[in-house]
Design a binder for this molecule. Structure first.
Ligand code: ZN
Length: 177
């Protein structure tokens, strides 16, 4: 047994104490965190091409198609088609970028939202059920949806579609439970 300084009240406490006897600071939890710090194992965003490849290609194709048809038919307004394709791609990209699933050694965190952000997290030990859904098509593309339900009272379930490596994400969560 050794004496350490409580990080909160700076008084001497046993390193075996669950909590500081002076200020109730959780000593044991703090030491456990130091020994096994939380590290991110996987960070993924929904894929654009991997989730909706045909739609993605259609939007990409609109860009040259708008310019080409504008010239072909001498109708400058057809360039609007290029603008529509580009706008959809940019908006879609922003939504995908602002949606992030992080699996750490302790938690699974889902962040959503560009302007108004929402965060939902489930501690790995509270995970009750993990559900991976992949259609044949998505399996070929290496994407799928992941659902995690929590046994905890607070916080809701996590649900995210069209992410790469859904099976690996589920596996990592199970391994770290
Ligand atoms: Zn203390």
């Amino acid at each position: 047994m050794a004496l350490i300084k409580c990080p909160e009240c700076k008084q001497e406490v046993s390193d075996q104490a669950v909590a500081c006897p002076h200020c109730a600071f959780p000593i044991a939890a703090q030491l456990a965190d130091k020994l096994h710090p939380e590290t991110a194992l996987l960070i993924v965003h929904p894929s654009m091409f991997g989730n909706h490849p045909l739609y993605f290609l259609l939007c990409v194709a609109l860009i040259p198609a708008g310019i080409a048809t504008a010239f072909m038919f001498a109708q400058p307004l057809l360039v609007v088609l290029s603008g529509v394709g580009l706008a959809i791609l940019v908006g879609w990209w922003l939504v995908c970028e602002s949606t992030e699933l992080t699996v750490t050694t302790k938690r699974t965190i889902l962040r959503r939202g560009l302007l108004s952000k929402s965060t939902n997290e489930i501690r790995n030990k509270d995970v009750r059920d993990i559900h991976v859904a992949q259609s044949l098509f998505h399996r070929l593309m290496g994407t799928g949806s992941l659902g995690i339900s929590s046994a905890a009272e607070e916080g809701g379930d996590i649900e995210i579609a069209g992410i790469p490596y859904p099976q690996q994400a589920a596996e990592l969560i199970r391994k770290n439970q």
